[in-house]
Structure formats: structure tokens, C-alpha cells
Design a protein around this ligand. Structure first.
Ligand SMILES: [Zn+2]
Length: 336
């Protein structure tokens, strides 16, 4: 307990994110899938569009770091980016969760260039050349996440404290328009107004509801139960290994495949040479296909014929393995 408290005090003093904004596993998968799909595959457009729209969303979330900086510098606040938790049979995901000893705050971040319109009955739409197109209401989404988080915290025997929610418009180009009969104004802001909103909520509460220990417990629970969205991306797009371009990608011109000769990979297109270009290909196999590989699977994916060479490559990576000789299965390790 004494050690725990010591770590708690030290950590509390260091300005830091409890969970930083990084590119998600799903975006990583989409990026690799995009260049591994040939142009002849009709699903490539779908993959590219999905990748692009998720990257726009990511940039919006990333841009909030600038506005959250004062909180990061303060020992009183904990900031978590992209928390995904299981409630019942389903998962719910939160873009940003901010915690302090008085309250929690959920941020639902959107980075869309079209203007937002919030009307009566909490209907949200986006304006496309003056025409209203109905869309999911991000405030209602954030509210639902707040409800789910409250339930999740209760099920995990945490102290009760208020959870607020906000929709943050991270796109400078898009305006927010309110129509009569909409009462969601207090739960909406632009990026620039985020800090003021947080200050308002903070000033509203005079009492501290959570002890440092409560907060420490909640923080650890959140991090331990966070489950990344590890979707089978091939299945999602109804693809299989045979739809992908096998081979090692050239680190210079991105051409696939490179040819292997006496320990060196050479690009067929730009003649770039590399001794290690296969490592990225194997990482991509683990990312898209499965977290293990056999000698014959490696030969197919790297486009080499020799069992011996495949064996040399696999052994050199020092991957954990099981089985003997030709039945040996190599597993993805933390370093690869
Ligand atoms: Zn090349």
C-alpha cells in the first residue's frame, strides 16, 4: 500500500496523458490493406474511403491535444484518449475521457467540414449546399456514452460521481447552427471553447467527491479493461489472403514485390536494395491475417521458393515457436 501511494504521488506530479492520442489499430489495418489490395479489386475504393474518413476523425481528435494541454500540465486532471469498454454483451467507445476528483467529462469529437444544424426533438443534420442531411446526433451519442460509463463504473464498484458530456466540433471550417426548440447548446462547443467549458464545470463543483485513491483505482480499472477494436479487417470487407498482393514492399518506391537473392531484397522497379525489408511484410501478415506463421505461409507471403531461406529468415527473427521441423509455428512477439 505504501509503495502504491508513493507511485501514485510521483505520477500525480508528472504532467502526462493517462492514455495518449495515437493512431488506432483499425486505421493501421486499413492503411496496410489499402496498399496490399490491387487496383483491380473493386473493394479498394471502399477501403480507401474508410481509411480516409477515419484519418480525418483521428486528426480532429489529435488537434484537441493543443486545447487539452493545460489539463495535461495539471496534476489534478487525468486525460484518456479512445477508451473502449465492455458493458453487457457490447462495447462502447469514448473519444476522450477527462477525470478529476470532482467529475468526469466525456468528449465526442467530430472533424467534419459541413456545417452542423441542431433542431427540435434533438435532430441533428449537416448542411450540404444549403440542403439539410440528417445525421446521428453527436450530443445524444455522448450522452449515451455517459450513461453507459456510469453503469460500468457502478458495476465495477467505483465511487459515484457526476459524468458530464460534450460534443466538440474540431473542424474550424464548420459552423454550428441552433434552431428553435433544441436544448443541447450547453453540451456543444468548438475546440477553442473547450477549455472554458471545462473550467465552467470545474467551478460549478465546490466539493471534492473522489479521493486520490478512488481516482487511482478508477484510472487503473479503465486502463486494465480497455479493449482495442481488434477487428478482422479481411472478414469485414469480405476478403481473404488470396485477394491481397503478396510480397515484400520496397521501402523507397513502395513497389511490391522485391526479389530475394543471397540475403538481399532488390526492388524490381527502382533497384533499391534492403536486407531487412521482409520484417515489415511479416508484421503486416501478423496484423492482417493472424498472429502466427509457418514456413510455407511465409514462403507464400514473401514470394520465395526455398524452405531453407524461409527457415533462415524465421530463425533470425527470434520469434517464439512451437512444434518441430516443418510443422513449426512461429508466433508474433512484442518486438514484432
Ligand atoms: Zn523500389
Amino acid at each position: 500500500v505504501i509503495l502504491d501511494e508513493l507511485i501514485m504521488m510521483t505520477k500525480g506530479m508528472l504532467p502526462m496523458y493517462d492514455k495518449k492520442c495515437v493512431i488506432s489499430l483499425r486505421i493501421e489495418k486499413l492503411k496496410v490493406l489499402d496498399y496490399r489490395l490491387p487496383y483491380t479489386d473493386l473493394r479498394k475504393v471502399e477501403v480507401m474511403n474508410d481509411y480516409n474518413s477515419r484519418m480525418i476523425g483521428y486528426h480532429g481528435e489529435k488537434s484537441l491535444e493543443f486545447y487539452l494541454e493545460p489539463l495535461i500540465q495539471s496534476a489534478d486532471f487525468h486525460v484518456f484518449h479512445d477508451i473502449r469498454l465492455k458493458l453487457g454483451d457490447y462495447y462502447f467507445q469514448i473519444d476522450y475521457l477527462i477525470l478529476c476528483n470532482k467529475f468526469g467529462l466525456i468528449l465526442e469529437v467530430k472533424n467534419r467540414s459541413k456545417d452542423w444544424c441542431f433542431g427540435p426533438f434533438n435532430q441533428a443534420s449537416q448542411l450540404n449546399n444549403g440542403k439539410k442531411e440528417k445525421t446521428q446526433n453527436p450530443v445524444s451519442q455522448a450522452k449515451l456514452q455517459a450513461r453507459k460509463l456510469i453503469r460500468w463504473l457502478k458495476e465495477n464498484h467505483c465511487e459515484e460521481f457526476p459524468i458530464h458530456y460534450l460534443f466538440v466540433n474540431a473542424n474550424e471550417k464548420s459552423k454550428i447552427i441552433f434552431e428553435e426548440g433544441n436544448d443541447q447548446k450547453k453540451n456543444i462547443c468548438n475546440s477553442e471553447g473547450l477549455y472554458d467549458k471545462i473550467e465552467q464545470i470545474d467551478n460549478f463543483y465546490k466539493e471534492e467527491l473522489l479521493t486520490k485513491k478512488d481516482l487511482w483505482k478508477i484510472k487503473n480499472l479503465l486502463l486494465a479493461n480497455h479493449t482495442p477494436d481488434d477487428i478482422d479487417i479481411l472478414e469485414y470487407f469480405n476478403l481473404s489472403l488470396k485477394n491481397l498482393l503478396p510480397g515484400v514492399q520496397c521501402p523507397k518506391c513502395n513497389c511490391i514485390p522485391m526479389k530475394y537473392h543471397y540475403g538481399v531484397w532488390t526492388c524490381c522497379h527502382c533497384k533499391e536494395k534492403s536486407k531487412t525489408a521482409h520484417i515489415k511484410a511479416i508484421e503486416e501478415y501478423f496484423l492482417l491475417i493472424k498472429p502466427s506463421i509457418t514456413n510455407s505461409e511465409l514462403r507464400y507471403f514473401l514470394q520465395i521458393n526455398s524452405i531453407k531461406i524461409a527457415n533462415t529468415i524465421l530463425t533470425s527473427l527470434k520469434l517464439p515457436f512451437s512444434g518441430k521441423f516443418k510443422d513449426r509455428v512461429y508466433y508474433k512477439s512484442l518486438t514484432l
